[in-house]
Design a protein around this ligand. Structure first.
Ligand SMILES: [Fe+2]
Length: 446
């Protein structure tokens, strides 16, 4: 129990937990001060995940923290059985009882008292999962796609099939590590994550299993799924050129490769090479042009940079809009979100490489875990997510493109125009990712 851990901390590492509200969300922080004592290994997990959703297991103790809109749900169990269920959220059929809101008690000084009260909620969660021993009518999902982007689809699936979807959300790296650590004891049936590179990695690590499904083969084009059928795209994300409409004419633009031309010197902004998106783009360029040509192109980009690489796509577009640079490369859903907030920004979308291989696309997708307890339901869930019924829900909610070619994109997305997409299998993004990272490093792209 948490209390016994408080009395007898394993390493005397004190932890203070605090909750703060930002943009309507409750975030849970943990830091090394003196109030609540928990097991050292737990502390490390908490600290690493500070300000993010955290959910983890240790041999001695389990303590999951989840910051969700205005609520906090926790669970703890000393000497947790190795096969213990993680803290999961649930689709419609068996909702977890919501914890009380923090309201005006969110200040640090009162939060520890609040936490004690929430222990009641923790144990009710434990009881709930201990009670749900049958896997026949439930499927468990580990998702790197955030709750707002997946829960509506899970609810629709539950409504249609009667199968409950339980899920956790976290960063893809954390989910992969967790699947690996849990091995055969994982409760997860399905892994959902963004970027083919991550899915490729999951398959390479032996965390997924091949799936034979005519429905998935029919709904998901061949270049957007694993040739070994271990993962399937569920939405398409186009990574394209965004330009300042006051400084650049569409006729000035042509391809990703042409952004290496000296005419763009001091005019290009790029997102950091540390993010998988540009690693995947470069991996695809290696697949198309070979390593040495791809390296020349990336060196050309670096020579044209107006600023150091930026933290994310939105910031890069904001720099373009502010005239600090003229063009960047970004995923279109970030463009959609930014323009929705500020339609007056002088930003335009350009579809490159239309005379050659087409626009670089990636996917958000999923696969059935190697040790799934309910593989039939896991397959049914993936089939449902790729179906005409669910595709708009899946893609539109994040301004992405449906993977199923029989489904039209959201009108707001369709308004950006049509484009030819690159049909090299997105698997290459994973296969060549390590090579791409090394290449970008050699080219001085940070
Ligand atoms: Fe993204």
């Amino acid at each position: 129990m948490l209390n016994s851990c408080v009395k007898e901390p394993m390493n005397n590492i004190p932890v203070e937990c605090s909750v703060r509200k930002r943009a309507g969300k409750t975030r849970v922080n943990a830091s090394r001060t003196t109030k609540v004592l928990v097991c050292a290994s737990t502390f490390r997990a908490l600290h690493r995940s500070a300000t993010r959703v955290a959910d983890f297991t240790t041999n001695r103790m389990r303590w999951g923290f989840r910051g969700v809109t205005g609520r906090l749900q926790c669970q703890a169990a000393d000497n947790a059985a190795p096969r213990a269920e993680p803290l999961l959220r649930s689709s419609a059929t068996h909702p977890i009882r919501p914890a009380p809101r923090f309201g005006h008690h969110s200040r640090e000084g009162t939060i520890l008292k609040d936490l004690n009260r929430y222990l009641t909620v923790m144990f009710s969660c434990v009881t709930l999962f201990a009670a749900s021993t049958s896997h026949a009518d439930q499927v468990v999902v580990y998702s790197a796609r955030i709750e707002q982007l997946i829960k509506p689809m899970f609810d629709a699936f539950s409504k249609e099939t009667g199968t409950t979807v339980k899920f956790i959300t976290d960063k893809e790296g954390a989910l992969l590590a967790r699947l690996k650590a849990e091995g055969k004891n994982t409760p997860a049936d399905v892994l959902i994550t963004a970027d083919a590179g991550n899915l490729w990695e999951a398959a390479r690590e032996g965390l997924l299993r091949p799936v034979e499904s005519k429905t998935l083969e029919s709904n998901v084009p061949a270049h957007l799924r694993d040739p070994g059928n271990q993962w399937f795209g569920l939405s398409v994300r186009a990574r394209t050129i965004i330009y300042n409409t006051q400084k650049v004419k569409p006729s000035d633009l042509s391809t990703y490769e042409a952004l290496a031309d000296p005419k763009w010197k001091g005019r290009l902004c790029l997102r950091t090479s540390k993010k998988v998106y540009n690693q995947s783009l470069v991996a695809m360029m290696i697949a198309e042009h070979g390593e040495s040509t791809a390296e020349k192109i990336v060196k050309g980009w670096v020579a044209n940079l107006a600023t150091d690489p930026l933290s994310d796509d939105t910031r890069a577009m904001e720099f373009v809009a502010a005239g600090k640079c003229d063009v960047t490369i970004a995923n279109t859903y970030y463009y959609g979100r930014l323009m929705e907030k500020n339609p007056a920004l002088p930003l335009g979308i350009f579809w490159p490489n239309q005379e050659s291989n087409g626009v670089h696309v990636n996917i958000s997708g999923g696969g059935v875990t190697r040790y799934a307890h309910n593989a039939p339901a896991a397959i049914r869930l993936l089939e449902f997510l790729s179906s005409e019924k669910a595709q708009n829900l899946f893609a539109d909610v994040n301004m992405e493109y449906p993977v199923n070619p029989r489904v039209k994109p959201d009108p707001a997305v369709a308004a950006w125009g049509t484009f030819k997409q690159n049909t090299i299998n997105v698997n290459k993004a994973g296969e060549l990712q390590a090579e791409a990272v090394k290449l970008m490093d050699r080219a001085g792209y940070r």
